[in-house]
Design a protein around this ligand. Structure first.
Ligand code: URP
Ligand code: ZN
Ligand code: ZN
Length: 466
């Protein structure tokens, strides 16, 4: 199928241009100046999209999602089908999800399991990172085969002792592989040993309510773990990507390492830019909706995170989408905050929430595209197939109406979860039409592809390593 997108403002990480776009089959075929080739293209095209007054941007890439993730005795509530469908509604056309190695199992069997869950069920393209929770000789060898299979980023945890936690020695061993192969270690940087003590103290004093989740995971323990991860990366020569960075403390450590020329990168998430510990402290059990790790911080951290996004010390915004229903799943921790499944839903609204940063003057239009699409593509070896509208790139394209108004709500969202962390929030802008590899996925308020359209992406290595 060939499609002409006419009259829009094409956004890239380098800025905005007025241009018409020709899509042929699954790829972008050409861009042309207005009044140029588009009329001729239109004669042979099967479809014309009038993008006058709209932005035309590369589809969003959410590099941190958890569909059907086992956690705390339950599973995150979006399947690959529902989660990728929700993502597409919001203008995200690629996700990178985490395959989770259970202790005592191999990386290969983990990968097989995640392919079984995802293959044939995704509405948009998808890749995997690997969560390494059992570091041993076999795992370390298998990390190398994973790199060859296009799964070349490995999440490790300094938090959750007894579950995913890795010791400094285990991290160091994995980082040696990463340094050798060009694979990327992704770190959940919170000092889990200290946190568990603080949580035990709180419970022993009868403090069971959701806000305790935040109070027992102070930002200092994120800053400390981030610094430690950076040191281990320096000693081994491994690149390092800090996931879901939430605090000024951790940002300070990342900025220092980057100033020293270390290959250290970091992402933050919309919840840390817009929500705060005040949400966790909502009356009754309402705060459970906002339990995620690292926890929501005091509001004062938000200005630092926006600054980090401008200075590129934070170079990606992902969602850490990990939805647990309030009614049945968050409920598991009603009498004990440590039992509340950790995670906040968000895959559908990342593009819109970050667009509010443009509206508020926190980031430019080009930076919006860069942190939500172009940099994740480069960071995770998908560029220039993804992350840009240019001849030869996959035609993952969003026609975005910057003036549309919408109110975020569980009543209207497509994520398979019974609450919205942003219930009632009015936002400006909306993905109007969404293309994935040249197929119209969302148009005129309707969804047009079956799950199964999405393909697995074997990724190249991180493209920022020097
Ligand atoms: O609370 C969170 N972030 N849940 C998902 C697992 C993780 O640590 O990313
Ligand atoms: Zn994490
Ligand atoms: Zn996560």
């Amino acid at each position: 199928m060939s499609i002409v997108i006419k009259g829009g403002t094409v956004l890239t990480s380098a800025g905005a241009i007025t241009a018409d776009v020709l899509v042929e089959g699954e790829r972008v075929a050409a861009l042309a100046a207005p009044g140029g080739a588009a009329d001729e293209w239109a004669r042979g095209a099967e479809k014309m999209i009038d993008a006058t007054g709209k932005y035309v941007l590369p589809g969003g890439i959410d590099a941190h999602t958890h569909m059907e993730m086992p956690f705390g005795g339950t599973f995150s509530h979006d399947t690959f089908e529902t989660g990728t469908t929700a993502a597409a509604w919001g203008g995200t056309t690629t996700i990178i999800d985490f395959a989770v190695q259970a202790k005592g199992t191999t990386l290969q069997s983990t990968l097989d399991k995640w392919h079984e869950k995802a293959d044939g069920n995704c509405a948009i393209d998808y890749g995997f990172h690997m969560i390494v929770s059992d570091v041993n000789d076999t795992t370390l060898k298998e990390m190398r085969t994973c790199v060859d299979a296009g799964v070349n980023s490995f999440k490790m945890f300094m938090a959750y002792p007894g579950v995913f936690y890795a010791t400094d020695g285990e991290i160091l061993r994995a980082m040696r592989v990463s340094a050798d192969t060009g694979g990327l270690v992704m770190m959940h940087a919170e000092n889990g040993i200290a946190i568990d003590e603080l949580a035990a103290e709180a419970l022993a004093s009868g403090h069971t309510e959701p806000v305790q989740h935040g109070l027992t995971r102070p930002p200092e323990l994120e800053g400390e773990a981030t610094s430690r991860a950076i040191t281990l990366a320096k000693v081994t020569g491994s690149p390092l990507y800090i996931v879901h960075l939430s605090s000024a403390h951790a940002l300070h450590a990342v900025a220092g390492a980057r100033n020293d020329g270390q290959n250290v990168f970091a992402e933050t998430c919309p919840q840390y830019l817009y929500l705060s510990i005040e949400d966790l402290a909502k009356p009754g059990f309402e705060g459970a909706k906002y339990v995620a790790s690292p926890p929501l911080r005091e509001k004062k951290h938000q200005a630092d995170l926006w600054r980090g996004l401008r200075t590129n010390d934070l170079s990606v915004v992902s969602t850490d989408h990990c939805p647990f229903c309030f009614a049945e799943q968050k409920e598991l921790g009603r009498d004990n905050f440590t039992k509340i499944p950790n995670g906040i839903p968000g895959v559908e609204h990342r593009m819109d929430l970050l667009h509010q940063g443009v509206v508020a003057g926190e980031i430019s239009l080009a930076r919006w595209v860069e942190i939500t699409s172009t940099t994740p593509a480069r960071m995770f070896g998908l560029y220039p197939r993804k992350g840009v509208i240019a001849p030869g790139a996959d035609a993952d394209i969003v026609i975005y109406d910057p003036g549309a108004r919408q109110t975020l709500s569980a009543r209207t969202h497509h994520m398979n979860v019974d609450y919205s962390a942003y219930e009632g929030l009015e936002v400006t802008g909306k993905a109007e039409t969404v293309l994935s590899r040249g197929r119209v996925v969302v148009e005129s308020g309707a969804f047009h592809v079956a799950a199964g359209h999405g393909r697995f992406l074997e990724r190249d290595l991180c493209q920022y390593l020097n």
